[in-house]
Design a protein around this ligand. Structure first.
Ligand code: FES
Length: 198
């Protein structure tokens, strides 16, 4: 089965593009590690088995992309500065308190939308029409705007999400990025696809 076989058409198209260009100057910046080969087996993964990620080597500010159920999932280790910035722009967001149910498990329905404060786990598919946003952590990026606190920018139609995946106001995307079920089976062992106690 293709990695993109389970995606809706727009997401499949962009995910395939990302897969084709990941080794060069593609959608994801070249400084961002792109991890597509993870345990368990391809077959088990196709049926939705949890994906194990060792978050230990991920440095503060670094983002890795892994695959779960044919979807790209970001694992971002947020810096102290990033965490503080997330507390300062609620007024710019459409759903700062994760009021829209279904976009995150109940245990990630908190200020940082995460299990561990510094580790964000987000499905990397725009909630507008399924493009893959780009990682734009630089505050005040000239091409996005002076009020930009850093986050994820969707190049297809300009939707913006902060570093917790919360959508900004006045963009096409209707909701926050999805937080997939996940938990930690050890200090640095992240399991994507199953919640605590699964
Ligand atoms: S698909 Fe992301 S803004 Fe339209």
């Amino acid at each position: 089965m293709s990695h993109a076989a389970t995606l809706p058409d727009p997401a499949r198209r962009v995910w395939l593009t990302a897969a084709c260009t990941a080794g060069g100057a593609g959608i994801v910046a070249t400084s961002v590690p792109f991890v597509v080969s993870m345990a368990p087996s391809e077959r088990a993964r196709a049926f939705g088995a949890p994906v194990e990620v060792n978050v230990g080597p991920i440095k503060p500010g670094e983002l890795q992309t892994v695959e779960w159920r044919g979807k790209p999932v970001w694992v971002l280790r947020r810096t102290t500065y990033m965490l503080e910035s997330l507390r300062s722009h609620d007024d710019l967001l459409s759903d700062p308190r994760s009021g829209r149910l279904g976009q995150q498990p109940v245990y990630a329905r908190n200020d940082l939308r995460s299990v561990k404060p510094d580790i964000a786990v987000l499905v990397a598919i725009c909630t507008h029409l399924g493009c893959i946003p780009t990682f734009r952590p630089e505050p005040g990026a000239a091409d996005i705007g002076a009020s930009w606190p850093g986050g994820f920018y969707c190049p297809c139609h300009g939707s913006k999400f902060d570093l917790a995946g919360r959508v900004f106001k006045n963009v096409p995307a209707p909701s926050n990025l999805e937080v997939p079920p996940h938990h930690y089976s050890g200090e640095s062992t992240l399991l994507i696809g199953a919640g605590p106690g699964a």
